[in-house]
Design a protein around this ligand. Structure first.
Ligand code: GDP
Ligand code: MG
Length: 299
């Protein structure tokens, strides 16, 4: 039957349906308390891609996050609708004993997989299964300028078995350009030595084009980010930034930090994948692989 209808036709039909219905894209932010996770969630929603779409009037101070909480907005670009959900998590590392501090996060991730799977095998299957699976997890690294802490390595290692990890250097405005470069290099090396696979994983490069695109991302990682949900006037334009005694750090200015790269990598690239290729974006595809691993591991 497949051969008769033609797999290309089916993929094209699925793509059209996905474009019309929109798709879910779920990101989770994880890391020590106070590294700017909640701020970056707001930055993501407030930054260029979504500035038009949401009525944002929040100017109050961000409270300390005390529970796992998901925030969603529908974004639209080039006719593709995407429901972006960011799952904010309470920072860990506050306790003296941080044993098993990844457990609530792991549990949340696995529960979403299970929920999706249950719906999928349900006889009275919903037409469109809400997808709350975590497609990728942004891991915030403390900008120490030294090394990754053992907790970071342990946490990423555990999480990388069930979710795509994208490490970022938090609060990178606290580092000089040289320190930042050096720290990025060191982190890449330590991740490699620790055997931690971050997204995009080499084993999923499908062809040479994929490999060269992904190599560029891998060489640029971890993105050194700065977050803010406050706007300032710079050269007659309103920009998201952090005002310091010596000037304004512009969050979306690629000369100041790598937030825009991270955002484009996460959002634009995924929208582009949906629009140009198949309904399964690379990330969704990969999380499916990850999912298989989870089930293998638990059975
Ligand atoms: P969370 O605990 O990781 O969610 O951190 P928050 O988003 O609540 O931020 C903690 C504090 O760090 C707040 O005072 C923020 O204004 C500040 N902050 C957030 N992002 C940045 C950043 O990129 N650079 C600097 N210097 N401070 C930041
Ligand atoms: Mg928080």
């Amino acid at each position: 039957l497949l051969g008769y209808i033609g797999i290309d036709t089916i993929i094209e039909q699925m793509r059209k349906k996905t474009m019309k219905a929109g798709f879910d894209f779920n990101i989770m932010v994880v890391g020590n308390s106070g590294l700017g996770k909640s701020t970056l969630v707001n930055t993501l929603f407030k930054s260029q891609v979504s500035r038009r779409s949401a009525g944002w009037a929040r100017d109050e101070k961000i409270p300390k996050t005390i529970e796992i909480k998901a925030v969603s907005h529908v974004l639209e670009e080039g006719g593709v609708k995407m429901k972006l959900t960011v799952v904010d998590t309470p920072g860990f590392g506050d306790q003296i004993n941080n044993d098993n501090c990844w457990e609530p996060i792991s549990k949340y991730i696995n529960e979403q997989y299970e929920k999706f799977l249950k719906e999928e095998v349900n006889i009275t299957r919903k037409k469109r299964i809400p997808d709350t699976r975590v497609h990728c997890c942004i891991y915030f690294i403390t900008p120490t300028g030294h090394s990754l802490r053992s907790l970071d390595i342990e946490f990423m290692k555990r999480l990388s078995h069930s979710v795509n990890i994208i490490p970022v250097i938090a609060k990178s405005d606290t580092m000089t350009i040289e320190e930042r470069l050096e720290f990025k290099q060191r982190v890449r090396k330590e991740l490699e030595m620790g055997g931690i696979e971050v997204y995009p994983q080499k084993e999923f490069d499908e062809d040479m084009e994929d490999k060269s695109d992904n190599d560029k991302i891998r060489e640029a990682m971890p993105f050194a980010v700065v977050g803010s949900d406050k706007e300032y006037q710079v050269n007659g334009k309103r920009v998201l930034g952090r005002k310091t005694a010596w000037g304004i750090v512009e969050v979306e200015n690629p000369n100041h930090c790598e937030f825009a790269q991270l955002r484009d990598f996460l959002i634009r690239y995924n929208m582009w994948c949906v629009a140009k290729r198949t309904p399964l974006t690379q990330l969704l595809h990969h999380s499916y692989f990850k999912y298989n691993r989870v089930t293998e591991a638990s059975s």
